[in-house]
Design a protein around this ligand. Structure first.
Ligand code: SAM
Length: 328
């Protein structure tokens, strides 16, 4: 099962490359507000290195680009944009010249946003954690490219299966082993420093008790922080079959389970995993975000990229994804 979960990283990365190739990403907000100049070039450079190191993963990239489904591209566009904007907002609010800040990306996969934010915020340190296979591949790719190394800082040590520099740590860790996560955090981060924790399509693959242990322990570890999470939800209407169909499809096609999809099946239920007397949680569906936060001009731009007549289907899918933000 862990392997099937780990492989979802290549799906996420393939979808991102596809959204870039079809011009959904980067949005003007990522370019201007988030300072992500060179977004396409960096991702394409990473994809090129992937080609030489993991043919299977690169094959997924090529298939995704060939298929290029607009529904998928809308989803990837919104997911990437939402998390990027949350990172930037956190950094803008928490950063002043002298104060340190930290970002912890749990289940980071091949995500590359650390390159952009480490570049802009000299007082930022970044920790990426994932299963060994993803981490080792990512470390090799990052180490091979001079531009990546320049941003992340020269890697220390000869171990090719992780990346350790003064400001960046990429390390393998099974997130189900909370104590191991805490050991890494204790060694590589500072509990008193304001910290943003990201789980982007990660908690959905974990069991209820293990994901809750992860949340509770990481929140307790840091004095102040914000946790941004993005995940699917199963749906709470009696006649809503979305979650059941999604679970059946994933199991049939790749023996993959989403153990809490039907438990945290609504925005209210999903928010509960972060709620206690110390935390304040804001949550919305991605459809709400699309309707309320994406300006009409940008919606028109998206419409012009590919023909999409399944607007009801888009609404259905995006209504089954949530974006939550909890601060403590
Ligand atoms: N967050 C990345 C993104 O959005 O691009 C990757 C998303 S991918 C769908 C899910 C990631 O979570 C995979 O890289 C997977 O290996 C990681 N993951 C899920 N459960 C994990 C666990 N128990 N330990 C470590 N990594 C885990």
């Amino acid at each position: 099962m862990d392997r099937a979960i780990q492989q979802t990283d290549y799906d996420a990365f393939s979808c991102k490359i596809c959204a870039i190739s079809k011009m959904y990403l980067p949005s003007s907000k990522e370019l201007e507000f988030c300072g992500m100049r060179g977004f396409s070039e960096l991702h394409m450079a990473y994809a090129q290195q992937l080609k030489g190191l993991n043919r299977r993963a690169y094959g997924k990239v090529q298939t995704a680009i060939r298929q290029g489904q607009p529904l998928m591209n809308y989803g990837t566009y919104l997911r990437t944009l939402i998390v990027d904007i949350e990172c930037k907002s956190f950094l803008e609010n928490a950063a002043n010249e002298n104060s340190k800040i930290q970002i912890l990306n749990l289940g980071c996969g091949s995500d590359l946003r650390m390159l952009f934010f480490l570049n802009q915020y000299p007082q930022l340190t970044w920790i990426d954690l994932d299963f060994a296979e993803s981490v080792s591949l990512k470390a090799k790719i990052l180490k091979k490219n001079e531009q990546f190394r320049n941003t992340l800082g020269e890697p220390q040590g000869a171990d090719d299966t992780e990346y350790i520099s003064d400001r960046y740590l990429l390390k393998s860790c099974n997130l189900n082993h909370t104590q191991k996560v805490l050991d890494i955090l204790l060694e590589s981060s500072v509990p008193e420093v304001p910290t943003l924790v990201i789980t982007e399509c990660v908690l959905c693959y974990m069991d209820l008790s293990q994901s809750q242990a992860l949340i509770d322990n990481v929140v307790s570890f840091y004095e102040t922080g914000t946790w941004v999470s993005y995940d699917p939800i199963g749906g709470n209407e009696a006649d809503d079959r979305f979650g059941a169909i999604m679970q059946a499809n994933l199991w049939e096609s790749r023996q993959l389970e989403l153990p809490t999809l039907m438990f945290f099946n609504s925005v209210e239920k999903y928010a509960q995993r972060f709620e206690d007397e110390t935390k304040h949680t804001q949550i919305e569906t991605v459809w709400q975000y699309y309707i309320q936060q994406i300006p009409q001009e940008e919606k028109n731009r998206l419409k012009s990229l590919q023909f999409l007549d399944e607007i009801e289907e888009l609404k259905l899918i995006l209504s089954h994804y949530v974006h939550s933000k909890s601060s403590w």
